[in-house]
Design a protein around this ligand. Structure first.
Ligand code: TYM
Length: 331
């Protein structure tokens, strides 16, 4: 079966609806077609400052959200990135074949570094996409399910795989992004021209573990657009179109069907239905996360098992890469 890899950073207690609809919700059905490997990428999280005790908690609660969403840790591999040292080791090798200019062109780095200031951002923030490439290439992943904001990083992963193969001989599978167009960019409810994000936060961001009543209120106060017609037109009606996208993804009803259903109805009616669909999803989701978090040992055992299985794949791949590079065999 083809292989698939993806990861999410434990940079918040709660994932937001963009992480869920853009990534996690797609991961679940892909488990049927792929040997899937899903990682809580804590090495990536420390590219920005993290409080140690908080990071530990966030790593567990992020894993719990993977499971609560329907990732099956028996069928798929669920693990924590720092438990598999090969990620950092391959990242070093790949960093040595990455151009400085090439890394400088990564737009997410530019965004984050401009927020932190050049003095405030560590070198890790700069080399982060190389670590991401290592994550993917270590497992010979064919596909990487992510949101639109990761496309450029995936392009780098492909380039590095091809460059390594060209220079040292066929070693890595060249991965392809698996981006579901409809949900690849969930917008902020207050600034629908921007993507929903952890850094923007605030009342435009739906955190899955927030009080559901507060989230329903955020949905009811979402920014809509001029006019009163409910139409799917991301260009001219970004707010309404985003609500339709969210409702479609949560309800499994396609957008055209929703549009005809809402003919003659007002924005308030649409928001009410989005809020209902969201609550219908998030309340049982929260209950599952809460349940999983009552037994930290069980959760840690799942991650330990995942790390063992991930390492069994990653270690021989790293050894192969080390060998190709010309390192003396030492282990
Ligand atoms: P991260 O943790 O920022 O986001 C996790 C996933 O959520 C998607 N996403 C969105 N999708 C749709 N609409 C949005 N508004 C939205 N916001 C976020 C992201 O595209 C991502 O799929 N670098 C990665 C983590 C990573 C990774 C990897 C991913 C590390 N190694 C290897 C794939 C493969 C990141 O920071 O994602």
């Amino acid at each position: 079966r083809p292989r698939l890899f993806s990861g999410i950073q434990p940079t918040n207690d709660s994932l937001h609806l963009g992480n869920y609809l853009g990534a996690l919700a797609n991961w679940v059905p892909l488990q049927a077609e792929y040997d899937a490997i899903y990682s809580v990428v804590d090495l990536h999280a420390i590219t920005l400052p993290q409080e140690p005790a908080v990071l530990r908690h966030r790593t567990r609660v992020t894993a719990a959200q993977f499971l609560a969403a329907g990732i099956d840790p028996v069928r798929s591999i669920v693990f924590c990135q720092s438990h598999v040292p090969e990620h950092a080791e391959l990242a070093w090798v790949l960093s040595c074949i990455t151009g400085f200019g090439e890394a400088s062109r990564m737009t997410q780095f530019k965004d984050k570094a401009s927020r932190e200031g050049t003095d405030g951002s560590g070198v890790g923030l700069f080399t982060y996409p190389i670590l991401q490439a290592a994550d993917i290439l270590l497992y010979d992943a064919d596909a990487v399910p992510v949101g639109e904001d990761q496309r450029q990083h995936l392009e780098l992963s492909r380039d590095l795989a091809q460059r390594f193969n060209h220079r040292f001989g066929e070693t890595f599978v060249v991965p392809r992004p698996h981006i579901v167009k409809e949900t690849a960019k969930i917008a902020d409810l207050q600034n629908p021209e921007k993507k929903m994000s952890k850094s923007l936060g605030g009342s435009g961001c739906l955190d899955l573990l927030d009080d559901p009543k507060a989230s329903a209120k955020k949905i009811r106060s979402a920014v809509t657009d001029a006019g009163r017609e409910i139409a799917f037109d991301p260009e001219n009606k970004p707010g309404v179109s985003n609500l339709l996208t969210i409702l479609s993804a949560l309800s499994g009803t396609d957008v055209p069907t929703l549009v005809s259903k809402f003919e003659g109805a007002g924005y308030g009616d649409l928001k009410k239905e989005v809020a209902e669909a969201y609550l219908g999803f998030v309340e049982p989701f929260q209950a599952r996360v809460e349940e999983l978090m009552t037994d930290e040992q069980a959760l840690d055992d799942i991650l330990a098992d995942g790390a063992r299985r991930a390492r069994a794949l990653a270690a021989p791949k790293l050894a192969e890469a080390y060998d190709k590079v010309g390192f003396l065999r030492g282990r």
